[in-house]
Design a protein around this ligand. Structure first.
Ligand code: FAD
Length: 502
């Protein structure tokens, strides 16, 4: 069975409800005026909700045979799904109305905030094992490479600009179909030394622009300012899904792709399916009350250091993870990409250990500080204080806070034992984790729909045919560095193509 566009209840009173009442006529009227391949576009400034309706493939909106795909959420995964569905429908010559329902006033806003406004959309060195639920992710990557074999992508660009050898290392990596997809939408990109990929224009808005343009060309309809409250499964096999909107209106669809991200997921009922609790991760960490004076003293100070995360198990301290990079002190704790990554594993009671010296081994750190002391004494010919030893090694505020926290007077003479004491302090400064520092800053929510209920090759529910969940709404997450967007594109592409096929 197929669902012709329908709206219920508050239909006439709803301003955007007019879209579906007007469009069939609107479309029919213009279809007779323009040729099938004419590059005609409706004037969206007159009614912003009348956007991106299927003009290009001459989709007849009131055709009884037309199928309807509803996508809940116009973020990374939702837009990728819409484009993949549009491409599949075009290639199959199928009549498919694709509607993206976005509660915000525009699609793609969540993408604009990524990568500090630059959108780190992928990574050349994705380690699949780093993903939460990595087996599921690996199967999805393989499925996508089968679905979208890479053509042409991965060739080096001939350019005099040295930053442009962007495809180096692409050939053997996992997930290169995503590049092919974004390139096919028109995105040019570059790669930084650590493998992070950004748009060549270095602006997240460019990514949104190319996705919207691709969606528009494929006739995808954006319905913005429309929050979906619930998705109800068909009452009988082959029946329609019902989408209940926040304003009481309902819509019907033959298939639904849930792409609402993690933040808003708890407010959306999806066919009564159970969700795991959503936990904010990839964010700053709050430290225990005893450590607050230390971090408060250093509020807003940035240091390069390595950070390890330990958990007590019996009498042992087990290392859970370690990261290197820039760490920023906050009044409540610590922040920075290295902390964000550790926040995926951290629990209250765990211990962070900050190493301010770029030295992996404690004995080397002690040897180094003694060597430094001897060198400075030889140079200046005077006895050395703790403050003298740390000057030039760490920031003055860091030196002050470190010494103060362990009650060492900065004027104390730095003998061999004090040297070791300072080496220990700099090599492993402990902070107890109390929890996530600021949920609003967290980049991802862990939890949502368990991957066990979904097919890894299509993202379709194993229980409810025609229902798909993609992106962050599934219980998948990765570290910083392009992992999460890469997952959003991958899962969205699989679901979009499958929803059109089924
Ligand atoms: C500040 C920040 C920076 C980040 N930087 C990066 C980065 O550089 N690289 C990276 O890989 N990842 C990054 N991430 C993570 C990444 O943005 C997400 O993992 C990714 O966007 C998830 O995609 P999604 O499509 O599943 O969800 P989202 O992108 O969150 O999109 C969900 C969309 O659904 C809409 N929506 C929600 N509920 C409803 C509803 N009920 N009805 C209708 N619409 C609804 C939302 O308004 C939104 O537009 C960052 C995250 C944040 C917060």
């Amino acid at each position: 069975m197929c669902c012709a566009p329908q709206r219920g209840e508050a239909n006439e009173s709803c301003p955007w409800g007019v879209t579906h009442l007007v469009l069939p006529l609107f479309r029919v009227q213009f279809a007779s005026q323009v040729g099938e391949n004419d590059d005609w576009q409706p004037d969206m400034t007159k009614n912003p909700t009348l956007c991106h309706i299927g003009w290009q493939y001459n989709v007849t909106m009131n055709d009884a045979r037309e199928k309807r795909l509803a996508i809940v959420g116009g973020g990374a995964a939702g837009l990728a799904a819409a484009i993949a569905a549009g491409e599949a429908a075009r290639d199959a010559g199928a009549l498919l109305q694709i509607v993206v329902y976005e509660r915000d006033d525009r699609v793609g806003r969540s993408i604009l905030a990524t990568g500090n406004g630059r959108c780190n959309f992928s990574n050349a060195r994705l380690q699949l094992g780093e993903y939460h639920n990595s087996d599921f992710v690996a199967q999805a990557f393989t499925a996508l490479e089968r679905l979208r074999p890479v053509r042409g992508c991965g060739e080096p660009v001939t350019s005099e600009v040295s930053e442009l050898p962007r495809h180096v290392g692409v050939r053997d990596e996992a997930g290169r179909s995503v590049l092919e997809f974004l390139e096919s939408c028109g995105l040019e990109w570059r790669e930084e030394a650590d493998g992070r990929r950004y748009p060549l224009a270095n602006k997240a808005s460019v990514v949104v622009d190319v996705l919207r343009a691709a969606a528009r060309t494929l006739g995808v309809c954006e319905q913005c300012g429309v929050g979906v409250k619930a998705v109800e499964a068909p009452r009988k096999p082959g029946g329609c899904f019902t989408l209940r909107m926040a304003d009481g209106v309902f819509e019907r669809a033959d298939a639904v792709i849930v792409a609402c991200g993690g933040r808003a997921l708890s407010a959306l009922d999806v066919a009564g399916l159970r969700k795991k609790d959503l936990k904010p991760i990839l964010g700053p960490l709050r430290v225990a009350a005893d450590d607050i004076p230390f971090v408060r003293e250093l509020d807003n100070i940035r240091v390069r250091c390595s950070v390890r995360l330990f958990r007590e198990r019996g009498d042992d301290l087990v290392l859970l993870g370690s990261e290197k990079g820039e760490l920023m002190f906050r009044k409540y704790g610590v922040s920075g990409i290295c902390v964000f990554n550790l926040s995926r594993m951290a629990r209250p009671g765990d211990q962070l250990s900050l190493n301010f010296l770029d030295i992996g081994d404690l004995q080397h750190a002690r040897d180094y500080l003694r060597f430094r002391r001897d060198k400075l004494v030889a140079r200046f010919g005077v006895s050395l204080t703790c403050a003298d030893l740390l000057r030039g090694l760490v920031l003055p505020r860091v030196s002050e806070a470190l010494l103060k926290s362990v009650g060492i007077d900065e004027g104390r003479t730095c003998d061999a034992d004090t040297c070791d004491e300072l080496a220990d302090l700099l090599w492993s400064y402990p902070l107890e984790v109390a929890g996530i520092g600021d949920e609003d800053v967290c980049q991802v929510r862990r939890g949502g729909f368990s991957v066990d209920g979904f097919d890894s090759a299509t993202m379709q529910s194993k229980e409810i045919s025609g229902l798909y969940v993609v992106g962050e709404a599934l219980d998948v997450d990765g570290p910083c560095g392009g992992y999460n967007l890469h997952w959003a594109w991958t899962s969205g592409l699989l679901a979009g193509a499958s929803a059109c096929r089924e």
